[in-house]
Design a protein. Structure first.
Length: 166
């Protein structure tokens, strides 16, 4: 596993770094919900990115925990854990990594760390969803011992954290 990959809980300072990393190295649709308007990182979409993370992770009543992914000192993406209501100690995990850092083991290191954080937070099961065409994410989830199910283009995965390979 890559020892240079760390997760840092998001705060206002690192949120700016995260936006810079997203603008430089990712498509808006890879990192945030769709926003109407012209394609690309418009001023409106940059503001929506900040608003999205502030509302979900930095407000007085956060609904999820977001982590800045760092390779060394550099912010290269984000990972999140979101408790799933009524699912009995389950969390949903999500990850995005900037294009220039994909395919070199960062995702594997991040998913391992998310499994550790989920366990430490008292979760028993971890859920993730992706698309059939997302080979790296599917490989990572399978390697972690998650049970994958396919419905059309959607892949859902559940991992038992007591038995997971990660
Ligand atoms: C999905 C994502 C998080 C994976 O992270 P990553 O750092 O690129 O993945 P890794 O380098 O750790 O590779 C994971 C596995 O996929 C394989 N892989 C990586 N890139 C691949 C590619 N383009 N095609 C096929 N396999 C690939 C690796 O060999 C590795 O498999 P192995 O462990 O069996 O050798 C990252 O690519 C990403 O952020 N993509 C855009 C956003 C996204 O799709 N997020 C997930 C939505 S749920």
């Amino acid at each position: 596993m890559r020892p240079d990959v760390t997760l840092q809980p998001l705060d206002e300072t690192s949120l700016r770094e995260l936006l810079d990393a997203a603008v430089a190295d990712a498509d808006p649709l890879e990192v945030m919900p769709p926003v109407d308007g012209p394609a690309g990182w418009t001023a409106g979409r940059r503001q929506a990115f900040l608003d999205f993370h502030r509302a979900r992770s930095l407000s007085g009543e956060p609904v999820e925990t977001t982590y800045v992914i760092r390779v060394g000192e550099e912010a290269v993406g984000a990972a999140r854990l979101c408790p799933i209501e009524d699912a009995g100690h389950a969390v949903e995990a999500g990850i995005w990594i900037g294009r220039s850092h994909r395919g070199s083991g960062v995702g594997g290191a991040v998913l391992r760390r998310l499994f550790e954080l989920a366990r430490a937070g008292g979760a028993r099961r971890l859920f993730a969803s992706t698309t059939a065409g997302n080979t790296p994410m599917r490989r990572l989830l399978a390697a972690a011992g998650a049970e994958l199910a396919r419905d059309g283009q959607e892949i859902t995965a559940w991992a038992d954290l007591a038995e997971a390979g990660f």
